[in-house]
Design a protein around this ligand. Sequence first.
Ligand code: AMP
Ligand code: MG
Length: 356
Amino acid sequence: MAPDSYPSGNYVRPSFLSIGSVWFWVILALILLLAGGVYYYFYIYPSTGLLHTYHHMLMGTDVRLEFQCPSYQKAQQIKEQVFAEMEELERIFSSRLEESELARVNGRAGQAPVKVKPELLQVVEQALYGSELTGGAFDPTVAPLLECWGFLDGQYNVPSPAELREALELVDYRLVKLDLEQETIFLEREGMALDLGGIAKGYIIDRALDILAENGIKHGFINAGGDIGILGGKPDGTPWRIGVRHPRDAEELVAVLNLSSGAVVTSGDYQRFFERGGQRYHHIIDPESGQPARQLISVTVTAPTAMQADMLSTAIFVLGPERGLKLVESLSGVEVFMVTPDQQTIASKGMKEIME
Ligand code: AMP
Ligand code: MG
């Protein structure tokens, strides 16, 4: 006989998995949770994933690398590969390291062509192309001028007219002979030297983005001291917002740009300079006069590659606003934002469209 507490009649005691059972709902909830987790892991996570951010000191600056990757371990591997490649390239282009490829070329100036790595050949070829394009405003043979102003060793000095004349004799991109077949570079005059400070960082950023792309990364960002390369927009589809530093106040921005691809590079008279007698002498030299260029104090260029943007920002700094704007208008996919010494800003048409 049933115990008194059991109701009589046709009452059926709920079984473990019937709808009325608490267990039914608990198990259903667990199944749904599991299915949701599996769906998220295999379908949603790989396309949105995590943004990984890494920092590394390179090229005298804090390089920030950011990219989206579904696996933490894979992201670590990619990061190692990117930074190792950047370090390797920095060693090739360095004008400070005595054993760099560049130093070998400079050491044989006026004597003999030097066989070099393809990377150096490629950057020097592009630098010379930049020189042609800008009528010599960009000139990778400015090293003797940088030297007499003290920008190579930090022993700053205002050179005498005689010193400047002597250095100017050695500055001429047309005296660089490239042999693409023999893979050699020859500086025709003794005392000449190449300096790739105005272009190599851009090339290195481009190679780093290539490595991200080769690893299947769709959304990435590299910031090397304000020089930026972009791979795809942000994972959520919106553009990256890039601040342009105010040339006279490191805490302030003069512009914010929205960009989903390409590169942004800024050249400024605040990046390396010294002051004498109330005058600022900075590191971007007009190869014609031998003096620091004075028509602008900051130039930001957007271009399809960081190497182009890097070369052009330095060149436009020398060319000044009128010739700079004209040059940009003749190039496709290139825009410019400039700040004059009296802190007026000038932007090309396409630049205005991406400015906030
Ligand atoms: P950036 O910061 O890209 O404008 O590069 C500036 C660096 O480019 C300087 O520190 C020099 O190493 C180098 N440079 C200076 N003047 C020139 C020039 N007229 N053409 C090419 N490179 C230059
Ligand atoms: Mg540059």
